[in-house]
Write a protein that binds this ligand. Structure first.
Ligand code: ATP
Ligand code: MG
Length: 334
C-alpha cells in the first residue's frame, strides 16, 4: 500500500521554497489512492530556541498553509507531530539503532550549529533520527521533500535497513524519496549559494506566503543579481547562481521550462526581468495568501482540523509502536 508522508517545521513563516519544494507537491499528489500524512514538525522546531507562544502560533499557521495550498483533509491527514507520542518513542529506539558516525556526516547540523557546536542542543544533533521516526512510524513508502533533505532521507533508509537487519525482521519498508522537479531547491534572494530558509535572519532573503504584493515586488527588486543580460540558453546560467535561481522561480511558478523563460527574456537585463518575475510571483501567490488570511482568522477551526488529524494519525501509529516494542523486547502489555 502506498503511503505518502512529509512534514514542515514550525520554525517560522513559510516561504516560496517551502511552497514549491513541498506544499505544492503535496497538493498536486492527492489524486491517487495512496494514504497521505502531512504533519507540522513542532518537535523538530524546538531543536533551536522558539518562544513558546510563537511556536504555537507557527504550528497553527503551518496547518493553515497546508490548507491554503490545497491539501484537503478528506484526502490527507494533517496533524502536529507532538500530538502523536509515537514519534518520540520511536526516536529513542532509533537513537539506539543509528550510529554516531552517521550523524557526524550530516551537513545540516554543521550549517545550523555554526562555529560553536558545543552550544548546539543535543536535539539538533539527533534531529535526523527523529525524522527517521516520523517517517517509519507510519511505514511510509514515499516521502516528498526538497532537495536539502536528501542526506536525512538516506539516513532514514539506513535506519530502516539496520533495524530490520539487527532484529532479523522485515518490518519497516525502506522509503523512496521524491525530490525531483522544478522548485526542489529554491535559493535565498540574497545569496545564490544558500537555500531559502525560514530560519535565515534576513527577511529579504525569502518571499513569505504572507507577503503582500508590494512586499514581494520590493524583495524581488532588491534581490541579488548580476550586471549581465540573461542568456539565450540554460547553459548560460551556470556559474550565475542568482540569475539561475530567479529564472528557475519564474519557470516553476509559471509552469514552463527554463528554456521557455529564456526564449522570452534572453538578451534582456534584470531591469526588464525582475518586474515580470514579480508579476508572476504575485499572481500565483495571491490566491494562496488570501485563503491563508481567511484561515488564520479562525484558529478554532484550525484546532478542529488538527484534532481530527491527530486522532487519525494516532490510530495508525499506535499499533506500529506496539509492534516495535515487541520486536525490540520491551514490555508492551500482555
Ligand atoms: P528551517 O530553516 O527552520 O530549517 P526550512 O525553510 O528549511 O526551515 P523546513 O521546515 O526545514 O523548512 O522544510 C520543510 C520542507 O520544505 C522540506 O520538504 C524541505 O525540503 C522543503 N524546503 C525547505 N527549503 C526549501 C527550498 N529553499 N527549496 C525547496 N524546498 C525547500
Ligand atoms: Mg530546513
Amino acid at each position: 500500500k502506498k503511503r505518502i508522508l512529509s512534514g514542515i517545521q514550525a520554525s517560522g513563516s513559510l516561504h516560496l521554497g517551502n511552497y514549491l519544494g513541498a506544499l505544492k507537491k503535496f497538493a498536486d499528489m492527492q489524486s491517487d489512492d495512496a494514504e497521505r500524512f502531512f504533519f507540522i514538525a513542532d518537535l523538530h522546531a524546538i531543536t533551536v530556541w522558539q518562544e513558546p507562544q510563537k511556536l504555537l502560533d507557527q504550528t497553527r499557521e503551518i496547518a493553515a498553509c497546508y490548507l491554503a495550498a490545497g491539501v484537503d483533509i478528506e484526502k490527507s491527514t494533517i496533524f502536529p507531530q507532538s500530538a502523536v507520542t509515537g514519534h518520540v518513542e520511536l526516536a529513542w529506539i532509533f537513537n539506539c539503532v543509528a550510529r554516531l558516525g552517521w550523524l557526524d556526516r550530516m551537513t545540516q547540523f554543521k550549517d545550523k550549529a555554526g562555529k560553536d557546536k558545543e552550544r548546539a542542543s543535543v536535539g539538533l544533533y539527533t534531529y535526523p533520527v527523529l525524522q527517521a521516526a516520523d517517517i517509519l512510524l507510519y511505514k511510509a513508502t514515499h516521502v516528498p521533500v526538497g532537495e536539502d533533505q536528501r542526506q536525512h532521507l538516506e539516513l532514514t533508509r539506513d535506519v530502516a535497513k539496520k533495524f530490520n537487519h539487527d532484529f532479523e525482521v522485515d518490518y519497516f519498508p525502506v522509503p523512496e524519496t521524491l525530490y525531483q522537479g522544478p522548485g526542489a531547491r529554491i535559493m535565498s534572494l540574497r545569496d545564490g549559494m544558500a537555500k531559502m530558509s525560514k530560519s535565515d535572519p534576513s527577511d529579504n532573503s525569502r518571499i513569505n506566503l504572507t507577503d503582500d504584493a508590494d512586499t514581494i515586488a520590493s524583495k524581488i527588486k532588491k534581490a541579488k543579481s548580476d550586471a549581465d543580460v540573461l542568456p539565450e540558453a540554460a547553459e548560460g546560467l551556470e556559474n550565475r547562481p542568482e540569475a539561475k535561481n530567479l529564472v528557475g522561480i519564474y519557470a516553476a511558478l509559471a509552469g514552463t521550462s527554463v528554456a521557455d523563460v529564456l526564449n522570452d527574456f534572453g538578451g534582456k537585463g534584470f531591469g526588464a526581468f525582475k518586474p515580470a518575475l514579480a508579476e508572476v510571483v504575485v499572481e500565483k501567490m495571491a490566491p494562496i495568501s488570501q485563503r491563508l488570511r481567511g484561515l488564520l482568522a479562525d484558529p478554532a477551526e484550525i484546532d478542529r482540523v488538527l484534532k481530527i488529524g491527530a486522532d487519525r494519525a494516532n490510530e495508525v501509529a499506535a499499533p506500529v509502536v506496539k509492534d516495535v516494542k515487541k520486536i525490540v523486547g520491551l514490555w508492551a502489555g500482555s
